[in-house]
Design a protein around this ligand. Structure first.
Ligand SMILES: Nc1ncnc2c1ncn2[C@@H]1O[C@H](COP(=O)(O)OP(=O)(O)OP(=O)(O)O)[C@@H](O)[C@H]1O
Ligand SMILES: [Mg+2]
Length: 595
């Protein structure tokens, strides 16, 4: 990307880390991309003061000196959109990391290299759909190519508007630089290629934003059942060090019923990104048994890239996500972690000597958070076709010291539909996912009543409410027990504690590493939760009949219920029946004892 026409330039007068000041820049615009210094490092103008431009540079500026030139491009930071995005590992500016490492002799030395995002030598098998004479508009499909498992639609780019098709190239193998159609619009005749560029900070157009109504199935019980996210929805995953943010995002990337995954990694420590570069490409797509990367784009902000690049990477990522959405696909974008990106804003703001707001973050932090999450959505796509696509956005937040009251978490909370508060005490007890059921929320949950009935035949929202109220009662009882001791609780109350424990152990705790437990279908979630709730309903009359709690807690069927989650889907219904009939038998014999 970013090999734009030379416009004119200025001269560096001052270098302050990633921020440089250049003069002779009259006529340039805020957000214009520039090439800085002899090495032509990529930068973006952030402010203009008369003849001077303040530029944030996206590459290390060591060695750059006053007097060196600044080249203007006249264009904003843009992403290349076309076949060849999937399967790629890109840096924060959309440059392929492999290519960079080959040329620069190491994966992390990338200064001043302008490699295009899309491979220029690869051929794609073009299947034309449009015909000469067709009247088309932006978003209409001209044809398609197969990109990994995806049917990649080649659409009329947004800037074209209405046009007449003059020529469509025949089926065959083309590179992205070869024309595949010629159209005529108000601006004249134009050859179209399989790719186009789009300024990353502008949302891509669509016809209409729709209400979210469909669960984004993640296969993670505590998420889908208690704090769901929908297709086109937003969610934040705040959590301190080691609480399970990355595992949660990997699980979602792997299991979510989305067509395409965009994963943006903004690591702080060098080894975090190395980790990501090693683990993500090894994730296996459960749908195909092939690498997940075949239908993903991985953006990795390498540790030697200066902080401002992190901020750009998140917008590059969301632009890719919107592009696949425009094909009528469902996309999930995960960002790990948005705190790193907010810190980039803070650092830049302080270098620009802006007046800081809370905790040193700039006053426009909330606008930035909003401009990211607002690009999520379920939409009717552009063009003359009735198709729906979606982008769901899930951002990890890593508040320092795990303090959820800090500004990034607090502002994020205002813009997201679901909030999964990870809890260090749960993580310490190895209760994973460590999503705290009292501090998390999802605004989508109640709207999914019909979805659950239609998909599973279960009144899941009722189960959810009953389970939640058991968990809440248990939590207050635990408080009481802490003061007076558990022995002082009545047997009724101890049964509540036991039943809540069963829901925690048997439902909320879910191992990402267990062959069966790693994914749980909505149908299994519903039947499992209903079955676990039945324990409480059936055990309650026992206590009322005077059976001591110690006997209730010793029932062997409890163990079966606790382990039901490990039973594979195809044996699950039978296992539920067996567990319930054991329970029934034990209950009858306990009742017989007291009578
Ligand atoms: N769902 C899960 N199932 C089993 N183990 C888990 C699960 N989630 C997290 N863990 C355990 O917790 C560890 C830490 O998780 P993870 O690396 O995701 O935390 P993090 O919040 O991303 O940490 P950091 O702050 O360092 O980025 C994992 O290595 C794993 O052992
Ligand atoms: Mg992590």
């Amino acid at each position: 990307m970013i090999e734009q026409a030379y416009v004119k330039g200025g001269t560096i007068v001052h270098v302050k880390g990633p921020v440089i000041i250049a003069e002779g820049m009259r006529g340039s615009k805020v957000r214009e991309v520039v090439y800085v210094g002899e090495e032509r490092l990529i930068g973006e103008i952030v402010r203009i003061e008369g003849d001077r431009a303040i530029i944030q540079v996206y590459e290390p500026t060591g060695g750059v000196r006053a007097g060196e030139p600044v080249e203007r491009t006249g264009e904003p930071l843009s992403a290349e959109l076309g076949p060849g995005l999937l399967g790629q590992v890109l840096d924060g500016l959309g440059r392929p990391l492999e290519v960079i490492s080959e040329r620069a002799g190491g994966p992390f030395i990338i200064r001043g290299i302008k490699s295009p995002t899309l491979p220029r030598d690869r051929r794609w098998h073009w299947l034309p759909e449009a015909r000469p004479g067709d009247l088309v508009q932006s978003g209409d499909v001209l044809g398609s190519v197969k990109e990994g498992p995806i049917n990649h639609k080649i659409m009329v780019p947004p800037r074209i508007g209405r046009a007449r098709v003059l020529e469509v190239y025949p089926e065959g193998d083309y590179t992205v630089e070869e024309p595949i159609a010629v159209v005529e619009h108000v601006g004249g005749k134009e050859q179209l290629k399989m790719y186009h560029k789009w300024p990353v900070r502008n949302p891509r157009p669509f016809k209409e934003k729709l209400d979210p109504s469909e669960l984004l199935i993640t296969g993670q019980r505590v998420i889908d059942t208690f704090f769901p996210i929908v297709k086109g929805g937003t969610s934040a995953v705040p959590g301190g060090f080691g609480t399970g943010k990355t595992v949660a995002l990997h699980q979602i990337s792997k299991w979510a019923d989305a067509d395409v995954v965009v994963y943006v990694g903004c690591g702080e420590r060098g080894n975090e990104m190395t980790d990501l570069l090693h683990t993500f490409p090894k994730l296996v797509d459960p749908k195909t048994g092939r690498p997940l990367l075949e239908r993903s784009v991985l953006i990795a902000n390498t540790s030697n890239m200066p902080v401002p690049a992190r901020e750009a990477s998140i917008f590059i990522g969301i632009t890719y996500a919107e592009y696949y959405r425009d094909m009528g696909l469902h996309v999930v974008l995960t960002a790990d972690s948005t705190s790193r990106w907010a810190e980039a804003l803070r650092e830049l703001s302080s270098r620009l000597e802006e007046i800081p707001s809370e905790k040193g973050f700039p006053a426009y932090l909330p606008d930035f958070v909003a401009s990211f999450y607002e690009r999520a959505g379920r939409v009717r796509v552009s063009g003359n076709r009735d198709e729906i696509g979606s982008v769901a956005v899930i951002g990890a937040v890593s508040p320092s010291g795990g303090d959820l009251n800090e500004p990034v978490t607090q502002h994020t909370m205002r813009y997201v539909g679901a909030f999964w508060a990870l809890d260090k005490d749960l993580a310490f007890k190895r209760h994973f996912p460590s999503i705290n059921w009292l501090r998390s929320f999802s605004k989508y949950a109640l709207g999914l009543r019909n979805w659950w009935i239609n998909t599973t035949g279960h009144e899941m929202i009722d189960y959810r409410e009953r389970a939640m109220s058991l968990l809440q009662s248990a939590s207050s009882l635990e408080e009481v027990a802490r003061v007076v001791g558990e022995a002082a609780l009545s047997d009724e109350n101890r049964l509540v504690l036991l039943s809540a424990e069963l829901i925690k152990e048997g439902f909320l705790v879910q191992s990402a590493y267990h062959e069966v437990d790693t994914y749980c279908s909505p149908k299994k979630q519903a039947l499992l939760l209903r079955t676990l709730l039945e324990f409480y309903d059936r055990a309650k009359p026992l206590i009322e009949a005077g059976v001591p709690m110690s006997k209730v807690a010793e029932m062997r069927s409890l163990g079966l219920l606790r382990r039901l989650k490990f039973v594979p889907e195809d044996e699950f219904e039978a296992a539920v029946k067996e567990a319930l009939s054991q329970l029934e038998a034990e209950i009858s014999s306990l009742l017989a004892e007291v009578r």
